[in-house]
Design a protein around this ligand. Structure first.
Ligand code: FO1
Length: 309
């Protein structure tokens, strides 16, 4: 069995990560997760994508929302609202325990990786989930009038303001997680996550960026666009606002320096020859993961196609 490194954002990426978790040994799997969405809220360190992946793999996520914990209660949030504090970022009672625990672990001197593994242990998960970096990188959304912090744009303003650009702060002090030895992976999978705000923060980290450029034959992109629509979240909306055609071709052009292989949905097969012209080997599968079976089936199909190489 080959060693797989997944580059993963939140909800969309976590679905494929679950399929991989169900299909290969934990020893062959590492998941590097975007931390550009992290922020301090109510004095707590919140890592939405790390938690989405952790809860999803532990079978603890709220499947209807995609984020947060299942069977959640909201007493703290209601009490906070009664005190006229802001409640736009919804923290459930059980989820709150995760943020309190992480904040305390970090305050006691643990790195974000150590704190993540400590939390994973309490969910009976092996140490295969890693933050992309132990140093903070913050994603900002440039809109016509204002630069917005990521969660303000995503949750408070519900992704409504049109996007003109992205800014990543903290890059001068950040490096790709040194606990992930890139040379040990046979295959690197770019999950079907938002290229602009989930994968791009990772690509800003020079050691990862240089490695992907040098070993692009190891890198497979799983398209987050199917039939001119986002699988999840604002990818298509952002593409449109940035002036690009909403299609797998735009995804392929975005990753063309980093990857030689793309997995597209069967409904996009008509784009194959243009993808070939861009230098991609094209694989087609059902990319819509709306059940555990379809998540497992997609992961197994990707693994099968890559193992036979
Ligand atoms: N997303 C929302 O749309 N609304 C929320 O109130 C919200 C709260 C929240 C709390 C904890 C957490 O880990 C994630 C949460 N998310 C919420 C999801 C999250 O902000 C986004 O999905 C990601 O940042 C984008 O990947």
């Amino acid at each position: 069995m080959k060693n797989y490194l997944l580059l993963c954002g939140g909800v969309g990426g976590a679905k494929l990560a679950l399929g991989f978790k169900n299909s290969i040994d934990a020893d062959n799997l590492t998941i590097a997760v975007n931390t550009g969405d992290d922020f301090i809220h109510l004095d707590l360190k919140i890592c939405p994508d790390l938690d989405t992946v952790m809860y999803t793999l532990a079978g603890e996520s709220d499947l209807s929302k995609g984020w947060g914990r299942k069977d959640e209660s909201w007493n703290m949030l209601s009490a906070l609202g009664a005190m006229k504090r802001e409640t736009w970022f919804q923290l459930g009672d059980k989820d709150l325990a995760t943020h309190i625990q992480r904040t305390n672990l970090i305050k006691s001197g643990q790195s974000l990786t150590q704190a993540t593994h400590n939390l994973c242990e309490s969910f009976n998960l092996p140490k295969y989930i890693f933050p992309m970096s132990n140093q903070p990188v913050e994603t900002y959304i440039q809109t016509k009038n204002r630069l917005l912090s990521f969660q303000e744009y995503f949750v408070k303003l519900k992704c409504e303001p049109p996007v003109t650009d992205f800014v990543f702060k903290g890059l001068d002090k950040a490096e790709f997680n040194k606990d992930i030895d890139l040379s040990t992976y046979d295959e690197i999978i770019v999950c079907p996550s938002n290229p602009y705000v989930s994968i791009n923060p990772m690509l800003q980290l020079s050691s990862l960026k240089n490695y992907l450029q040098d070993f692009s034959e190891k890198v497979s992109v799983i398209s987050p666009i199917v039939n001119a629509q986002s699988l999840k979240g604002p990818t298509a909306k952002m593409m449109n606002e940035l002036g690009y055609e909403v299609s797998v071709i735009t995804i392929a052009k975005f990753y063309k320096n980093y990857s030689k292989r793309i997995f597209i949905d069967s409904s996009d097969l008509n784009e194959s020859s243009e993808l070939n012209e861009l230098g991609y080997e094209v694989h087609n599968n059902n990319l819509i993961m709306n059940s555990t079976n379809s998540k497992n089936a997609l992961a197994k199909a990707i693994i099968h196609q890559l193992e036979s190489k």
